[in-house]
Design a protein around this ligand. Structure first.
Ligand SMILES: Cc1cc2nc3c(=O)[nH]c(=O)nc-3n(C[C@H](O)[C@H](O)[C@H](O)COP(=O)(O)OP(=O)(O)OC[C@H]3O[C@@H](n4cnc5c(N)ncnc54)[C@H](O)[C@@H]3O)c2cc1C
Length: 391
């Protein structure tokens, strides 16, 4: 996204991607209203929403004891009061195709970054491997947008702090059947939290377990897992047999961390590389995209002028860090209140009561969807556009 925005502003950009394509296991595909608004500002929303996708404008949280809390995006101040579910590879193929319309954009696939290049005290580019050969790419500015296992931030040695989310998540698909409810659902049962995302003809299911318990769950057998799922979510009791192999069930080791400094001379980390997000509320993609928008807003002019100072890079962090910290704090709160005690003790002491109270509080029914949909502080696109090559 940052590559797209900078190329659109007339900057030469080289994006290095270690894989040969963007096809990857499920790692979230929720495009929230905040991102749809950004795409709208860029004139891309209509083309983007022409991609095959499903939508949800409401979410429901239930407990196995029958309490429920529902909230809807209807009435939020946005042209797009829904979450669009678009596989990440479709989003990335879309945005890179749009970026190629600008003369400065270059994307190199199968190019794995192995180290940063030094230019005195500063970072001066990247060393990468492609087709078995080591290559160097020199750059005025190097951006680490290489995700939560970021090689670049490690190579630069930026300081950070990490939290310990209490859970890991098994992700898998189950078919949807006629008469199933629609929209995003979540079920809290003793010892578990199950997220169910309506993806049209299937459910994308996140089955939360206590941190580090994956091996124990696998050791007790697939049949036990299927039975537990069917009893926690009666809707699935007729289809748990579709899970025939642990290969269908992927483990996400949940991490949450953030750098205390996102930059060094010549280098900036953004997205999960700067702050790995927990999957709670499915906001990581949207927060990463907002980082890209702010980075482009701040940096396009210094880049055009050929000089990016540490102050410019610090300004990106300054504009984003409160939002990131507040979002992570909200995720940690939800993890503690809804998950930690439940996952550890297998009891549901207060949640049904809390949900009933929450359901009666109109403010919560409005504030929560608004936070999830629009984020805490949505940036606007402020950088200019040069003429695309196809105009
Ligand atoms: C299972 C799972 C479920 C999730 N669910 C959701 C969800 O529902 N909604 C949501 O908003 N977020 C979700 N997230 C979080 C979301 O995926 C991330 O927050 C988001 O993708 C961060 O974007 P990013 O661009 O910073 O990093 P990434 O999306 O991780 O992208 C990093 C890119 O860098 C490439 N790369 C890495 N190392 C190198 C290297 N050395 N050289 C070259 N290229 C490299 C990778 O191949 C990748 O393409 C989920 C995450 C996981 C793992």
């Amino acid at each position: 996204m940052l590559g797209f925005l900078l190329a659109r502003a007339g900057i030469d950009v080289l994006v290095l991607e270690k894989h040969g394509d963007f096809l990857r296991d499920f790692r979230g595909d929720t495009i929230h209203p905040s991102t749809l608004e950004i795409l709208d500002e860029l004139g891309l929303a209509e083309r983007f929403l022409a991609l095959p996708h499903s939508r949800t404008s409401a979410f429901t949280l239930r407990t196995s004891r029958g309490a429920a809390f529902s909230a809807s995006f209807d009435g939020l101040p946005t042209r797009y009061p829904f979450v669009a579910f678009v596989p990440q590879w479709d989003f990335l193929n879309f945005i890179t195709a749009e970026a190629r319309r600008y003369p400065g954009f270059r994307l190199l696939m199968n190019a794995e970054v192995t180290d940063v290049l030094r230019d005195g005290e500063a970072v001066g580019g990247l060393r990468y491997r492609t087709n078995g050969a080591a290559r160097d790419a020199h750059a005025l500015l190097t951006v680490g947008a290489d995700g939560r296992g970021s090689r670049t931030r490690g190579a630069v040695g930026l300081p950070g702090v990490s939290a310990s989310p209490p859970m890991d998540v098994f992700w898998f698909r189950l078919p949807r059947r006629p008469g199933d409810p629609t929209g995003a659902q979540a079920m809290i049962g003793p010892g578990h939290f199950i997220a169910m995302l309506d993806r049209g003809d299937y459910w994308q299911v996140g089955y939360t377990i206590g941190k580090g318990q994956a091996d124990a769950v696998r050791a007790s057998g697939l049949e036990m897992f299927r039975r537990s799922l069917g009893s926690l979510v009666p809707l699935f009791a007729d289809r748990t047999g579709e899970l025939r192999d642990w290969e269908q069930i992927r483990l996400l080791t949940v991490r949450a961390d953030r750098l205390t400094r996102w930059y060094a001379p010549g280098f900036l980390a953004i997205g999960d590389a700067a702050h790995a997000m927990s999957p709670v509320a499915g906001v990581g993609i949207n927060v990463a995209i907002q980082d890209a928008v702010v980075a482009a807003n701040v940096l396009w002019r210094p880049l055009r002028q050929g000089e990016v100072s540490v102050r410019d890079l610090a300004a990106v962090q300054r504009r984003r860090q409160m939002t990131v910290r507040a979002t992570q704090a909200m995720q940690a709160f939800m993890q503690r209140q809804l998950l930690a005690r439940n996952l550890q003790s297998g009891r549901l002491p207060v949640i049904p009561g809390l949900l009933r109270v929450a359901g009666r509080l109109p403010a919560l029914r409005t504030v929560l969807p608004r936070l999830v949909a629009l984020g805490i502080n949505r940036p606007h696109v402020e950088c200019p556009e040069v003429a695309p090559v196809d105009q």
